[in-house]
Design a protein around this ligand. Structure first.
Ligand code: AMP
Ligand code: GLY
Length: 423
């Protein structure tokens, strides 16, 4: 079959890498893709947000199956537009993608259906938001309601920080209209983990757990980013906790979405805070995590294309997945300055050498070829991913490969997986 993957990040490189291995994949396209994806798929320069352009592309190329990587085209209704013209697509409808597209929607749903999450209130007016902060005190968490590329959440240690967050989101409109409304939440303590499941509208197939490193710098300092590294599995998610996450979070959410006539299909990604053995939802995403997808897919032995098709066609209950026993870990290399201002175009050398290291696969994110050189073309640029018998080995292998890359304008965190290894 002819498969089209939408997106240009490390997640989409990993999706293409896994799908290309399937015997059912005859031709692979990616829009817009990147320099790494171009080695295994035909890249077409149409942006992931350009729903009309993607519809035309799928029709013109006779695509059989579309796999949507990022959230924006999902929230923009790409999946139902494809279904209308008879093309199968993996991912939720726009109505179901509201689970990620509006934090207020997600919180109200949890509240209504008894899905465990932090206490909260919604505001569309900055003064009322500040009065609430004054009453509640700190620490407190302020979130832009809409999509903000993982940067719209501020964990505030005192009231002044929280007031500043309100100004930043609602008055300065740092995230545009995504900041017209805010959710203000109780600050939860505990250990964070992500949990992924394939959902076909009615049933769920758990994938694996992972732990993400969201802050830009070592020791979990600096601003929040899309993610600077991750490993899987997350030790905090024991088999018992995984069962509890399925029973108290994933299954009730699927039932709630069906009851709301927003049946959920695709990857349900729950960001969780786990304390005293009880998981609470921090956020839902409606797609694979980036960079979590990279180590996750390195552990998958089964045919990804077949599983995503089964999910799209409502056959997930009969699907079984086989995983490598090993752990996997990704270190993200980003352009200096990310997630703030940075410059594109710096030359990156020795990526092939790093990719040839034992147990390592290098997934590209913001890269392109210019004058015969691989150059940086975005904030997050490479995802150096390694498998190992435990997190310590995967980590050692990943950093050995990171150190082979010759890219003075890049940086990475040096402590991905460090806390686990220290234990
Ligand atoms: P989110 O994008 O909602 O996952 O938030 C980004 C990060 O902010 C999370 O990974 C947590 O580290 C933190 N966070 C979000 N909500 C809360 C909360 N209610 N309590 C404590 N930390 C939170
Ligand atoms: N790495 C976090 C995310 O994909 O949202």
């Amino acid at each position: 079959m002819k498969v089209l993957v939408i997106g240009s990040g490390g997640r989409e490189h990993a999706l293409c890498w896994a799908v290309a291995k399937s015997p059912d994949c005859d031709e692979l396209f990616c829009a817009p893709g990147n320099a790494g994806i171009a080695e295994i798929a035909e890249c077409v320069a149409i942006a992931a947000e350009d729903v009309d352009g993607l519809i035309d592309l799928a029709r013109e190329r006779g695509i059989d199956f579309v796999i949507v990587g990022p959230e924006a085209p999902l929230v923009g209704g790409l999946v139902e537009r494809l279904e209308e013209i008879g093309i199968l697509a993996f991912g939720p409808s726009a109505r179901a993608a509201q689970l990620e597209g509006s934090k207020g929607f997600m919180k109200d749903l949890c509240f209504q259906y008894g899905i465990p999450t932090a206490e909260y209130a919604r505001f569309d007016e900055p003064d009322a938001a500040k009065q609430y902060i004054l009453r509640q005190g700190a620490p407190i968490v302020v979130k832009a309601d809409g999509l903000a590329a993982g940067k719209g959440v501020m964990v505030c240690r005192n009231r002044n920080e929280a007031y500043a967050a309100i100004d930043h989101i609602m008055i300065e409109r740092a995230f545009g209209d995504a900041g017209a409304e805010v959710v203000i939440e109780e600050c939860l303590e505990g250990e964070e983990a992500s949990f992924f499941a394939l959902v076909d509208g009615k049933h769920a197939l758990p994938l694996v757990s992972a732990q993400d490193h969201k802050r830009a710098h070592d020791g979990d300092t600096g601003p929040n980013t899309g993610g600077m590294g991750a490993y899987t599995p997350a030790p905090v998610v024991t088999p018992e906790i995984a069962g509890q996450i399925m029973d108290s979070v994933i299954e009730p959410t699927i039932a709630a979405m069906a009851a709301e006539r927003r049946p959920f299909k695709g990857v349900l990604y729950a960001g969780l805070m786990i304390a005293d053995g009880v998981p609470k939802v921090l956020e839902f995403n409606v797609r694979f995590g980036d960079p979590e997808c990279q180590p996750l897919l390195m552990r998958l032995k089964s045919d990804l294309l077949e599983a995503l098709l089964a999910c799209t066609e409502g056959r997930i209950k009969k699907t079984k997945l086989v995983w490598h026993d090993e752990c996997a870990l990704v270190v993200v290399m980003a352009t200096k300055g990310y997630p703030g201002w940075y410059e594109n175009g710096s030359v990156i050398r020795n990526v092939e050498r790093a990719g040839a290291a034992e147990g390592v696969t290098v997934f590209h994110a913001g890269t392109k070829f210019a004058n015969g050189n691989l150059v940086a073309d975005g904030g997050r640029v490479l995802g150096i991913t390694a498998r190992g018998r435990d997190v310590a080995e995967a980590r050692e292998r990943a950093y050995r490969a990171v150190d082979m890359v010759d890219w003075p304008e890049g940086f990475c965190r040096r402590d991905i997986g460090g806390r686990i290894v220290a234990r």
